[in-house]
Design a protein around this ligand. Structure first.
Ligand code: GLY
Ligand code: MN
Ligand code: MN
Length: 451
């Protein structure tokens, strides 16, 4: 959905300033420009740079902003009216209209920018801010200071305010309803392409014109490719599992939801077993989510529940502690349990300054390593996949191969892959789930039976 109401972004400016240790000078960000495809005048879809959106709410191209650190004055610079552009693109909003539309202190035209920046004692930019066209007399901050400003944005953006949560809830509502429509539309003879198209349609028609990321629609073994994006295979067998990882954006805020279901609406015994393991992983993780808990602990819970499930169905054999110590589960669950979600699908703030990744299979791909805080919005997305490229090296290494029963593994391989992903808000003593797509096997089968 485009921004239809004025977002209170001055609150976000206050949050950034609180996290930024400087007394005076200007913060300067340039918004995203309209990009044309290669050597043509065909415009690529426009998406505002997220930090710029965070402090302005502006989702249109070619704007700039400054924030006076001392006075907290936010000045928005609009592109000057260009008669050539007006002919093709229509008349832009006047300065008064822009001032009414956006929560900033002042709106002026961009021809005033250079002088304004020249007058500042120091100009702080983000590492991504484009400064090559600026007057060389402007006193720009060091790259160290630039990194500190980035950290200030990351910390501010990590804790979502109530209105941000409401936007992410709206994105979840539209995406959740779209996921349900896909379950109902699935049948033998349909295809990844058709479900992809239907997802876009269902989001578009409820006002969400943009996706937070390219949808992943994978049937059978395609589901084992984590960010599969060919989305072009036909549905040949009713028993195959389809994985749909898709989420729209509302006012630049993301949703990120994954559901898996059988093409024909009935889980095979093997699919049921793997799906239940993943659902158990997710339930155990969700139960443990609350402020103060270390995110890597949530990942470890998922790994342990996966280990229990894979032992119980016979894919894994041997001593649980040995299997965990040898990281065998990572061959089946190779990614992290989840990540921050906000203006970006993999949002800022996962690794605070000085935090290192844990260098071990699986957990090294965790996109966040810090204690949960009230107001974080995160995904919880366990999965179990049968990807030969990842499993074979573990299977062929005698040190780890002895923990895998090849015959049982081969029986389960046709399941392809299962991931279940919800978006939650962390609270002091638990979480609120923003994702409303059914995920119990009985619910999915019942829903798919009523096409
Ligand atoms: N859709 C990308 C992810 O789940 O992280
Ligand atoms: Mn996802
Ligand atoms: Mn995700």
């Amino acid at each position: 959905m485009s921004v239809t109401h004025r977002l209170p972004t001055l609150q976000n400016v206050q949050k950034v300033l609180k996290n930024f240790d400087a007394q005076k000078g200007l913060i300067y960000l340039n918004g995203q420009v309209l990009v044309e495809r290669d050597d043509t005048d065909v415009e690529l879809p426009f998406r505002q740079e997220s930090n710029f959106f965070y402090v302005t709410g502006v989702a249109e191209p070619d704007f700039h902003v400054t924030i006076d650190i001392e006075t907290k004055h936010v000045r928005l610079f609009a592109p000057n009216v260009n008669p050539e552009l007006v002919m093709w693109m229509g008349m832009p909003d006047s300065l008064e209209e822009l001032k009414a539309k956006y929560d900033v202190d002042e709106v002026v035209y961009v021809d005033q920018l250079a002088q304004h920046l020249l007058s500042a004692s120091i100009v702080y930019t983000l590492p991504i801010t484009k400064t090559d066209k600026l007057d060389s007399e402007i006193k720009l901050c060091s790259s160290e200071e630039s990194k500190k400003l980035h950290t200030a944005f990351a910390e501010a953006r990590a804790i979502k305010s109530d209105w941000e949560i409401e936007i992410i809830r709206k994105a979840n509502e539209i995406s959740s309803n779209a996921h349900v429509k896909l379950m109902k539309a699935s049948q033998e003879g349909a295809s990844e392409t058709q479900l992809h198209a239907l997802f876009l349609y269902e989001c578009h028609r409820y006002g969400a014109l943009f996706q937070a990321y390219y949808p992943i629609v994978g049937v059978g073994k395609n589901a084992a490719t984590l960010h599969y994006n060919k989305n072009n295979a036909p549905f040949k067998q009713a028993s195959d599992i389809v994985l749909v990882d898709a989420g729209c954006e509302v006012s630049c805020y993301a949703s990120d939801i994954t559901r898996c279901f059988p093409v024909g609406g009935k889980f095979t015994p093997e699919a049921r077993t793997i799906y239940t393991i993943v659902l158990d992983m997710q339930k155990a993780c969700l139960n443990a989510c609350k402020a103060g808990v270390a995110w890597e602990e949530i990942h470890n819970i998922a790994t342990k529940v996966a280990c229990d499930g894979l032992l119980e169905c016979g894919i894994l054999v041997g001593d649980k502690e040995e299997i965990l110590a040898n990281h065998v589960v990572a061959a089946f669950f190779p990614h992290g349990i989840g990540h921050m979600l906000g203006l970006d699908v993999h949002d800022l703030g996962g690794y605070p300054e000085g935090t290192e990744r844990i260098d071990a299979p699986g957990i090294r791909n965790l996109r966040m390593r810090r204690n949960l805080q009230s107001g974080f919005v995160v995904t919880v997305e366990p999965g179990v996949y049968f990807c030969d490229f990842l499993i074979d090296p573990v299977l062929n290494d005698p040190k780890t191969g002895k923990y895998i029963n090849k015959d049982v593994l081969n029986k389960y391989k046709p399941v392809g892959g299962v991931r279940i992903e919800d978006n939650i808000v962390i609270t002091q003593d638990g979480y609120h789930n923003l994702t409303t797509v059914p995920k119990e096997i009985e619910e999915i089968e019942a829903l798919m039976a009523t096409k």
